[in-house]
Design a protein around this ligand. Structure first.
Ligand SMILES: NC(=O)c1ccc[n+]([C@@H]2O[C@H](COP(=O)([O-])OP(=O)(O)OC[C@H]3O[C@@H](n4cnc5c(N)ncnc54)[C@H](OP(=O)(O)O)[C@@H]3O)[C@@H](O)[C@H]2O)c1
Length: 261
């Protein structure tokens, strides 16, 4: 008996990756991206509309939402939402029709070391990243299609925290545990979590050049691929988690890999 794929046999020949990507279609599907006016959310919305899907993007700034809508075109609708405010989250989801897919990268937080004197600063990643996503999922749950899916946003710092970021690491770990529990509670709706490494995109572009250079150098030195990721690479990973029918309760570390050196 013969084991393994015979790569020359047409039965096992996979399409080249670009052809596979082009084949992904999202016609008649709606993706809601809370935090879709910039960065990873906008890149995911762009990839989804390129595949024929509709998106509703949310964020706090009307101006940023309008700029994003110009990029995305007619397949996109925008609405204001502040994930720190339960009433705002409720209003946002009340105005939305049934949802196929939900992605929640919206977050605003500061990172303070564990011995910082101000408890509000310590709680910031939980308030601004963890609880915001909890509010969104609670409001969205009744509208999610049974064959739909949710992707929550974590960060590779949950597994490999940089110095001084213990509370930020903990908040990301909480998002991942929440995702595993939610996958049980919302089944058959699938729930997964994306945990990116450092990404060369909008978020870091707004930070001081020196801080950005240090973060990119750290990602390059500490990862197996030796560079920061791109927003499109994360968008591709998110769309995989949203659409793969056999994947739920998982956290995908799209972080360039890691090894002790
Ligand atoms: N970029 C990276 O290297 C990286 C790596 C690991 C994890 N992550 C995680 O990915 C998430 C997003 O990162 P990003 O790179 O896409 O950042 P980004 O470019 O700053 O985008 C954040 C988006 O969320 C919205 N937003 C922020 N706070 C909000 C709030 N309270 N309510 C509603 N919308 C809000 C922003 O619009 P408004 O400001 O107008 O509201 C924007 O649309 C964060 O959770 C971050 O921790 C990023």
């Amino acid at each position: 008996m013969k084991f393994g794929n015979d790569r020359n046999s047409s039965r096992f020949r996979l399409p080249p990756s670009t052809a596979y990507r082009q084949a992904m279609r999202y016609d008649d599907k709606t993706l809601v991206v809370v935090g879709g006016s910039s960065g990873l959310g906008l890149a995911t919305a762009r990839a989804f509309t390129a595949g024929g899907g509709r998106v509703v993007i949310g964020g706090r700034s009307v101006e940023r939402l309008e700029q994003a809508r110009e990029v995305l075109g007619d397949a996109a609708r925008t609405a204001v939402i502040d994930t720190g405010d339960t009433a705002s989250v409720t209003r946002f989801f009340e105005a939305i029709e049934p949802i196929d897919y939900l992605f929640t990268p919206a977050a605003s937080y500061t990172i303070a070391p564990f011995d910082h004197p101000d408890e509000a600063a310590l709680a910031s990643p939980f308030d601004g990243k963890f609880w915001g996503q909890v509010r969104c999922v609670r409001a969205a749950a009744p509208k999610l299609a049974r064959d739909g899916a949710v992707v929550l946003m974590s960060g590779a710092a949950s597994a490999r925290p940089p110095k001084g970021a213990a509370l930020y690491a903990a908040a990301n770990g909480a998002v991942e545990a929440f995702g595993r529990g939610l996958a049980v509670d919302l089944a058959p709706v699938r729930v997964n979590v994306i945990a990116p490494g450092t990404i060369d995109g909008d978020l870091w572009r707004r930070r001081p050049a020196q801080v950005r250079a240090a973060a990119f150098a750290g990602q390059a030195a500490g990862s197996l691929v030796g560079r920061p990721g791109s927003e499109d690479e994360i968008a591709q990973a998110v769309l995989f988690l949203l659409t793969n029918g056999f994947t739920t309760g998982a956290t995908l570390f799209a972080d360039g890999g890691y090894s002790l050196r």
